[in-house]
Write a protein that binds this ligand. Structure first.
Ligand code: UT7
Length: 330
């Protein structure tokens, strides 16, 4: 019997219109363009303003519709919609269910997947299992986050890093051996003390006190997270190469989570991959959390060729991290 693999057959993307530059942040917090650029690689990021649209679902729907139009896809053929996100529209009701309905995927079931900045990476693994088993044929994975909804724009340690955005990828069965080849995924729950949001969940529901104490904003112990991110992302990328006997020249593209240019550079160096083969858009979007990996595919789609070897790597809150090896299918 021919082996079925899960291939990406179309991508879409969307970032909101409002551009928040480093210069603008200089007027909001005690920071400067030079510090942000040299420490993170970010020049500007996008913010979803109320006048344009509301909620993560707005971004997810835009990215999905972009894919549907480009590919001329009939949305009623979609079997499953997964929205990878750390900022769902609200708790309890599934954001993905709303997105599926809005894009016309009326024959699909839908759910959210939360693994912070690794959400899209872990989602790829989930989707691949559904496709490889033969159970479903068209699965839409959307990575979307409205990070501005949990940012304190008076806290210079976090508000300069994150941005809003979404990307989408369609996965379908492939019998040529293309698509997802292998994965190395990990989690370490002790990391939640260093990166997360204390308020709004089941441990600390919203109270006047939690709001006054700014517990509904993301917090990060930057230096500690940086150390974990550098070592774990690079190690995961190296590991997936070893598992698949890949040498540096076999890797056509490194597709790294866009948290910090210095983390991306360290990962590329450890893999021996030249910077011309590293996808990067952090300078324009900042860290869009679940949106980074699909937005890279969206931006670099025209440069990709059938058979290209892509190594994805990510690190995020939880902690969660890992790498995936995928052969591009078109
Ligand atoms: O995507 C999920 C995973 N997240 C990550 O991977 C993020 C990992 N962490 C990082 O990317 C970096 O740690 C940051 C970009 C968040 C911070 O960079 P850093 O080089 O680790 O800076 P730091 O936190 O050690 O701060 C250095 C100095 C401090 O001042 P002192 O104590 O040396 O006087 C900070 O107060 O820079 C100061 N600082 C700033 N200065 C200007 C912190 N934020 C800013 C700022 N502008 N925005």
């Amino acid at each position: 019997m021919t082996k079925i693999t899960a291939a990406i057959t179309a991508v879409g993307g969307y970032v909101p219109q409002f551009v928040l530059t480093n210069k603008m942040l200089e007027d909001m917090v005690d920071t400067n363009d030079e510090w942000i650029t040299s420490r993170t690689g970010i020049k500007e990021r996008r913010v979803l303003k109320k006048e344009e649209g509301e909620g993560t679902s707005y971004l997810a729907i835009k990215a999905a519709n972009d894919l549907i139009e480009k590919r001329n896809l009939d949305p009623t053929e979609i079997d499953l919609v997964i929205v990878a996100t750390a900022t769902p529209d609200s708790t309890v009701a599934s954001t993905a269910a709303f997105v599926a309905s809005e894009i016309g995927a009326k024959n699909a079931f839908a759910y959210d997947l939360l693994a912070a900045c690794s959400s899209f990476l872990f989602g790829m693994s989930t989707v691949a299992s559904y496709i490889e088993s033969g159970r479903y044929k068209k699965v839409l994975l959307i990575g979307a986050d409205k990070m501005s909804s949990i940012l304190d724009y008076t806290d210079r340690t976090t508000c300069i890093i994150f941005g809003d955005g979404a990307g989408a990828a369609l996965f379908e069965p492939n019998t040529e051996g293309l698509g997802l080849q292998d994965e190395y995924l990990r989690a370490d729950g002790s990391g939640r003390q260093f990166l997360g949001m204390e308020g709004g969940g089941s441990i600390m529901p919203a109270t006047v006190e939690s709001v006054n104490n700014k517990k509904h904003y993301i917090f990060q112990e930057g230096k500690t997270v940086f150390k974990f991110a550098v070592s774990n992302m690079a190690q995961a990328a190296e590991r997936i190469m070893e598992q698949n006997n890949l040498i540096s020249s076999d890797v056509t593209w490194l597709v790294p989570h866009q948290a910090n240019k210095r983390i991306i550079d360290a990962t590329a160096n450890r893999m021996g991959v030249d910077h011309s083969r590293v996808m990067m858009n952090i300078q324009r979007y900042g860290n869009t959390t679940s949106g980074t990996l699909p937005l890279l595919l969206y931006d670099y789609e025209k440069q990709l060729k059938k058979g290209d070897n892509l190594v994805f790597a990510a690190f995020g809150g939880g902690f969660t991290w890992g790498s995936i090896y995928l052969k591009w299918a078109y």
